[in-house]
Unconditional design. Structure first.
Length: 242
C-alpha cells in the first residue's frame, strides 16, 4: 500500500477564535510532519492533509477532542508521494465562498442522501416517492470536465459565487423533481442544497460528496475521474491517483 495517507474533511461549526486557532493548528501539523491546507472561518473548518497515516489520524483525533470538531468526518485516500509542497493555514471570511451571508450551515444543514441510497435511486430511475432524480454538479466547469455523474446537470459556472444566480435562472427546470447537489467532498453541495431549498427547490446534498460516494459505492453511474486540489490532480472511482 502507498505510504502517504491523504485525508480531507470539513465541518460547519461556529468558530469565534479562528485567528487565534490558526497558528496553533499550523504548529501542531508541522510538528507531526504533515503538509496540506487548513482553512478556518467563523463558519467552520475545511482541511486537506497528507503524511504518515498515524500522524494524520492522530491530528484528526486531537481536533475531535475539541467539542466544536467532535462531528468531523474524513475521506481517506492513498498516494505513493506527498501531494502537497507545504503546510498552509489560512483564515478566511468563508471556508467556501458563496457571498450569501444568510446561508449558515452551522445553524442546520440541508437533508442529505447516503451514497448507497443514491445508487439505488439511480438504478431504479427515481427516488422512493417516484420523483425524477436530477444530479446537479455544483463544481466549477473545469472540474466537471474531468468527470461527473451520467446525465448530471452542469451550469458551467467558473466560481461558486455564480451558483445562486445560475440557480435563479434554472429554478423552473428543477420544479417537481428531487435534486441531489454534489461536489468533491461535500462542502459546496451543502451550501448549494440550503440555497436551493430556500428558493423552493426540493434539494438534497450527497452525503460525503463524490469522494464519499467513491469510498462507499465505487464508480456506479459515474464517468471519468474526480479532480482534486493537490498534485495528484484527479482520482479514479477506486480512489487511485491519476
Amino acid at each position: 500500500m502507498p505510504a502517504v495517507l491523504n485525508a480531507s474533511a470539513y465541518l460547519f461549526t461556529r468558530l469565534d477564535d479562528a485567528p487565534e486557532l490558526g497558528p496553533l493548528l499550523r504548529a501542531r501539523a508541522l510538528a507531526a510532519g504533515l503538509k496540506g491546507t487548513i482553512l478556518l472561518a467563523e463558519e467552520g473548518i475545511n482541511l486537506f492533509l497528507a503524511g504518515d497515516p498515524d500522524a494524520v489520524r492522530s491530528f484528526i483525533d486531537d481536533l475531535r477532542a475539541d467539542p466544536r470538531f467532535a462531528a468531523l468526518t474524513t475521506k481517506e485516500s492513498w498516494s505513493a508521494d506527498q501531494p502537497f509542497g507545504k503546510m498552509l493555514v489560512k483564515v478566511k471570511r468563508e471556508i467556501i465562498r458563496m457571498d450569501r451571508p444568510t446561508i449558515r450551515p452551522e445553524s442546520g444543514r440541508a437533508p442529505a442522501v447516503a451514497p448507497a441510497t443514491l445508487r439505488r435511486w439511480l438504478d431504479q430511475g427515481h427516488d422512493d416517492d417516484g420523483r425524477e432524480v436530477v444530479m446537479l454538479d455544483t463544481r466549477n466547469a473545469f472540474e466537471v470536465d474531468y468527470g461527473t455523474f451520467h446525465g448530471a446537470v452542469d451550469w458551467r459556472i467558473e466560481r461558486f459565487t455564480q451558483f445562486p444566480d445560475a440557480a435563479a435562472s434554472h429554478r423552473d427546470d428543477l420544479a417537481g423533481k428531487t435534486v441531489v447537489s454534489f461536489c468533491t467532498g461535500g462542502i459546496r453541495c451543502e451550501k448549494a442544497a440550503i440555497h436551493l431549498r430556500e428558493v423552493g427547490v426540493h434539494a438534497l446534498q450527497l452525503d460525503g460528496g463524490i469522494l464519499g460516494y467513491f469510498e462507499q459505492v465505487g464508480g456506479d453511474h459515474w464517468a471519468g475521474e474526480c479532480f482534486v486540489f493537490d498534485e495528484r490532480e484527479a482520482l479514479s472511482p477506486d480512489l487511485a491517483p491519476r
